[in-house]
Design a protein around this ligand. Structure first.
Ligand code: KIV
Ligand code: ZN
Length: 520
């Protein structure tokens, strides 16, 4: 079946790695992007927009490597309306099993002013650039940026030009989140009725959430004939974000009676994807966020709890299992065995090899010794803890004692194992975390920028585990470290050292590469 012949099938185009990553502060490392892409590919996303190849070397390499890795999804790269951008996108995409070039230009009056193109010159530019892209790749998506604020007659001309030049998907972006559901539907209807050749392409909807209507606008566009929804995990994206993948997918599934369209998403992977993107981007999901928020399936009031226990449908329109949450938050403890841990992790979406399970089991036991009850969220934190394999790291945290309280300065006494040898130092700082990071620097002097320090507590209680993310920047490249511990300062030290190890590994690799080049 071709994309356009699947009348009741809505394609899911995920742009977490492009539009989502554009969100200030959401920068992801190369490996993190690959990990997210792998999951999106496995969970049935039809098209993954992997980046904007001309934007940076990092973006180029991410698109190139995701293109090589994807087994099922079409891999898409973004390009402005010029041949240099389009050639660079193609260079990154060419090894994909199914590549797509996505080229765009701002068509509204404001954007025409910025690009200094009048209507006629813009039509010429669209014709030239879409033709250029189509000569490289059979699958070309074209977007009139700010479509919802573009004059209808001109929008029709631009879309007609792109279709004639060979575009196979026409995406209609609501770039500034300005439209409303009825208008979003009317725009797609108008284009499908007025533009010659409209029946030969797939129309896509790309909504931003500035007025909180991105999901409603995307679904309205589908009802009017759009067959591709552009979205991001957790609704990540610039300003108020993009349409959230989990919301449109679960809305189409739950209200299939009135919106009879299907997607190819394995909804049981939604929670895993949400947690991964939240951890990697450092953007925590708000508690009351639809579908993936911590409280989305929590029933606090007595009446609700009673009703749900008697019949889950009383207050639940979806089952927690549908998105990959286990129906029973079965509590694990120090008596739980390896098989039970493995079963629980697999229920949470983690499939581990024997060696990895062995490592995780050791850490699980350590945690269960300190924490009476180990919840699902604790296990997720444990899995997100990159320092799990610290035994193989160049620098390891051996011992930490901090003195903190009302009297400053706070002090950290830290012992690190560096390349197999123990070294200790004491340092002071503005708070225990600052003192700890200063102690790391005293033991292993280095000059990098601390770009982000973030703490999340996934479970309640004073013995809750804190998951700490640390992002270090070294000459434009970002390295993220993570660790979880019931002691926030210990988690902070391990997360910092985790990021530092990644950075050092990368420096060594670069040095080895340069040495190899000069020797050859
Ligand atoms: O919001 C927007 O207009 C975009 C385009 C590049 C498609 O993200
Ligand atoms: Zn966008």
């Amino acid at each position: 079946m071709t994309e356009s012949s699947q009348q009741d099938r809505v394609l899911i185009f995920d742009t977490t790695l492009r539009d989502g990553e554009q969100s200030p502060g959401a920068t992801m490392s190369h490996d993190e992007k690959l990990e997210i892409a792998q999951l999106l590919d496995e969970m049935g996303v039809d098209i993954i927009e992997a980046g904007f190849p001309i934007a940076s070397i990092g973006d180029f390499e991410a698109v190139r490597d995701i293109a090589k890795l994807a087994q099922n999804a079409t891999i898409c790269g973004l390009a402005r309306a010029n041949p240099t951008d389009i050639d660079r996108a193609w260079e990154a995409l060419r090894d994909a099993k199914s590549p797509r070039i996505h080229t765009f230009i701002g068509t509204s009056p404001t954007h025409r002013d910025i690009t200094e193109l009048d209507m006629e010159r813009m039509i010429e530019r669209i014709d030239e650039t879409v033709t250029h892209a189509r000569n490289l790749c059979d699958n070309v998506q074209w977007s009139p940026m700010d479509a919802t604020r573009t004059e209808h007659d001109f929008l029709c001309r631009t879309v007609e030009t792109a279709i004639k030049a060979g575009a196979t998907t026409i995406n209609i972006p609501d770039t500034v989140g300005y439209t409303a559901p009825r208008e979003s539907a009317a725009l797609i209807t108008m284009l499908r009725e007025r533009v010659p050749g409209a029946d030969t392409v797939v129309f896509a909807t790309h909504c931003h959430n500035d007025l909180g209507m991105a999901t409603a606008n995307a679904l309205a566009a589908v009802e009017a004939g759009a067959r591709q929804i552009e979205c991001t995990i957790n609704g990540l994206g610039e300003r108020a974000g993009n349409t959230a993948l989990e919301e449109v997918v679960m809305a189409l599934r739950t209200r299939n009676d009135i919106m009879p369209y299907r997607t190819g998403i394995d909804t049981k992977r939604i929670m895993q994807a949400s947690r991964m993107v939240a951890t990697v981007s450092g953007f925590a999901v708000q508690y009351n966020k639809a579908i993936v928020g911590k409280n989305a399936f929590a029933h606090e009031s007595g009446i609700h709890q009673d009703g749900v226990l008697k019949n889950a449908e009383t207050f639940e329109i979806m089952k927690p299992e549908d998105i990959g949450l286990s129906s029973t938050n079965l509590v694990m403890g120090k008596h739980s065995g390896r098989a039970a841990l493995n079963a629980k992790l697999s229920e949470l979406g983690y499939e581990l090899g024997a060696n990895q399970l062995k490592d995780v089991f050791v850490r699980f036991k350590e945690l269960a010794d300190r924490k009476k009850e180990v919840y699902d969220e604790d296990l997720v934190a444990l899995m997100a803890d990159n320092s799990t394999n610290a035994a193989h790291d160049y620098i390891q945290v051996r011992h930490l004692r901090v003195v903190c309280g009302t009297e400053s300065p706070q002090t950290a006494a830290l012992t690190l194992v560096i390349d197999g040898a123990e070294h200790s130092a004491e340092a002071t700082g503005d708070g225990p975390v600052d003192a700890t990071f200063n102690a790391v620097k005293a033991l292993y002097p280095h000059d990098v920028k601390l770009q982000l320090y973030q703490v999340h507590a996934f479970t309640e209680g004073t013995d809750a585990q804190a998951t700490v993310s640390v992002r270090l920047e070294d000459e434009g490249t970002v390295f993220t470290g993570q660790s979880a511990d019931t002691d926030t300062v210990v988690a902070s030290a391990k997360a910092y050292v985790n990021a530092l190890n990644k950075l050092l590994f990368n420096r060594n690799r670069a040095r080895a590469g340069a040495a190899l080049q000069s020797a050859s």
